[in-house]
Ligand binder design. Structure first.
Ligand SMILES: [Zn+2]
Length: 313
């Protein structure tokens, strides 16, 4: 996929620790395929991961040079995404059968801020493990993005509203400004996938202080009531993957954060990010899934009636 999805890279990390003040300096860096400040390699779409190797179609053509050469070259070619799959298990060994879920234990994996070039690899991993997740998306009107909204929906995952712009200064100006941005994404989803969504996550979380102007009263207590009146259920999180703590958080930190925070909980909403630079989130995902399964979790998507965690309540 061409790098047509321009994203606002921001971080909800400051809110995780409820120290929202510093995040403004970190946030709102405009990244595109050409202008990435964290290294253009991170932003290059990984078409190799998304498609089977081209040369494999050449296999089995005996007696041609091309066939022989291609066969030699492609022999060790891994299956798509296999570099992300089953890393906890030694090569060549089958994964152990899934442990039975413990009654009442549920994990809701959530991916914020997409779609991005990471969406497809994420979807492939979820497909591989037979797991459904929730994507709190922003508004992108490129054809690539539209096809990803459709793919998320078609593969049985849940779309959630994370505002169109994710622009703190704009959306947290007033209740009406927030709802207008939410409705704009709603229209895009209706046009694209044929339906909207009644679940929502506030950019920065429901206790965010981002976008607040000096002297202005804090909008969030009023805003959470307003979105409920408008028919939405909103979801914060109780397990952070910490993948927004820096542009590229080490994979091992993501895995250990999720697994340690999940340990003593029965129902977890796991915060992760589906943004171009978040390569390690994708790399961590199989271990996160396997680790949660070992703790006895089953996986589900959020809906209006699902367990919710809300910072302001
Ligand atoms: Zn976000």
């Amino acid at each position: 996929m061409p790098g047509g999805i321009e994203q606002t890279v921001h971080t909800d990390a400051a809110d995780l620790t409820e120290q929202g003040g510093q995040a403004e300096a970190m946030g709102l860096t405009r990244l595109s395929g050409q202008t990435g400040t964290t290294g253009s390699a991170e932003l290059t779409p990984r078409t190799d991961a998304a498609e089977p190797p081209e040369q494999s179609v050449q296999l089995g053509i005996p007696g041609t040079d091309a066939g022989t050469v291609e066969a030699e070259r492609s022999e060790p070619e891994p299956a798509p995404h296999s570099r992300y799959l089953h890393p906890p298990y030694p090569a060549g060994k089958q994964a152990a059968p899934d442990p039975s879920p413990v009654p009442g234990k549920v994990a809701y994996l959530t991916f914020d801020d997409g779609p991005s070039i990471q969406t497809e690899p994420i979807l492939a991993i979820l497909r591989e493990y037979g797991i459904k997740a929730t994507f709190f998306v922003n508004g992108h009107d490129t054809e690539e993005a539209k096809s990803l909204y459709r793919q998320i929906d078609k593969e049985g995952h849940r779309l959630g509203n994370h505002t169109y712009s994710h622009d703190y200064a704009k959306i947290y100006q007033s209740e009406d400004a927030f709802m207008e941005d939410v409705r704009r994404l709603e229209r895009l989803l209706e046009e694209t996938v044929g339906h909207s969504t009644d679940i929502l996550r506030f950019p920065g979380g429901s206790n965010t202080r981002l976008g607040r102007k000096k002297g202005q009263t804090w909008i969030m207590p009023r805003l959470v009531k307003r979105v409920e009146e408008e028919g939405f259920q909103y979801f914060d999180w109780n397990v952070s993957s910490t993948d927004a703590a820096q542009a590229v958080q080490p994979k091992s930190d993501i895995v250990s954060s999720v697994l340690s925070l999940a340990k003593d909980r029965k129902k977890i909403i796991v915060l992760m990010h589906d943004v171009n630079v978040k390569t390690t989130t994708v790399e961590a995902l199989p271990e996160v899934i396997c680790g949660l399964k070992e703790q006895g979790f089953r996986f589900d998507t959020l809906d209006k009636q699902a367990f919710t965690t809300q910072f302001l309540k």
